[in-house]
Design a protein around this ligand. Structure first.
Ligand code: MG
Length: 256
């Protein structure tokens, strides 16, 4: 199922997305007669439905250098333990919204990543706990980075947290096996990053368990699992797409 959050007739609802239609959840508050209207006639392409952010995380936990070839392309060693940093939730945007280049940077880059959405409070998981029991689903995520400022500051906070620097897909996919999915980033239709989630240094289940032992994860929290090689500069007028097999495609234009 693809969970979505959408605006219809000036009110927001949660539902499922299928065949280009939204299906409000029974407890979403939408009247039954309106619900039928929405299913049958209010096609997404008719723009009567606007997608809203499907997550409201207390934090976005990111993993750096989690694909060996990406670590190498930036001249870094593969970490021996997951390299964690935080991205500000105020950086979130969703499908179709614009990534804005801040005046402070001359080098912003895309990092297409698999995003994990946490379903329930998660703390100090052990080897006997199943990390997937704490996952609501997965989404496409772009860990947009001001590369020049990342190098200048050493700390990642500013380079990763400008407003609009965390696009996530409009849907949370709840039924996909993420152990070996193709993940691609295109800029203006040209493939820049092309990897597989099986190439992660630390896989999804390892990351959830590890992070839960550093900080409590709450429902809706996001984990950005690192990016394959091929990061490149984004310029005004570009269209950046992050596509993950079985999950979807996240498209965002670039502006200043
Ligand atoms: Mg990243």
């Amino acid at each position: 199922m693809k969970i979505c959050h959408f605006l219809y007739n000036k009110k927001s609802y949660w539902g499922a997305f299928r065949n280009n239609l939204v299906f409000p959840f029974p407890d979403s508050g939408l009247e039954k007669e309106n619900l039928n209207d929405l299913n049958l006639t209010h096609n997404v392409e008719a723009r009567l439905v606007k997608f809203l952010l499907p997550v409201s995380p207390s934090k976005i936990v990111c993993v750096g250098r989690n694909y060996a070839e990406h670590a190498a392309e930036l001249g870094n060693e593969i970490p021996k333990i997951p390299l964690l940093f935080l991205k500000a939730p105020s950086a979130l945007i969703t499908e179709g919204e614009t990534i804005v280049i801040p005046k402070q940077s001359n080098q912003i880059e895309h990092e297409g990543e698999l995003g994990i959405v946490i379903s329930k409070e998660c703390r100090n998981l052990t080897e006997t706990d199943n990390p997937f029991d704490f996952v609501l689903g997965y989404t496409c995520l772009n860990d947009v980075t001001a590369r020049d400022l990342q190098k200048l500051d050493v700390q990642f906070t500013r380079a990763k947290s400008f407003d609009t620097f965390c696009p996530v897909g409009a849907f949370i996919e709840t039924e996909v096996d993420v152990s070996d999915l193709q993940i691609r980033t295109r800029v203006n239709g040209i493939i820049k990053q092309d990897g597989r989630t099986s190439q992660m240094v630390f896989p999804v289940e390892y990351l959830i368990r590890y992070i839960s032992n550093q900080m409590t994860l709450f429902p809706g929290d996001l984990i950005a699992t690192g990016t394959p090689p091929g990061v490149s500069k984004l310029n005004v007028g570009d269209l950046c797409e992050v596509e993950i097999e079985g999950i979807g495609c996240l498209k965002n234009p670039i502006s200043n």
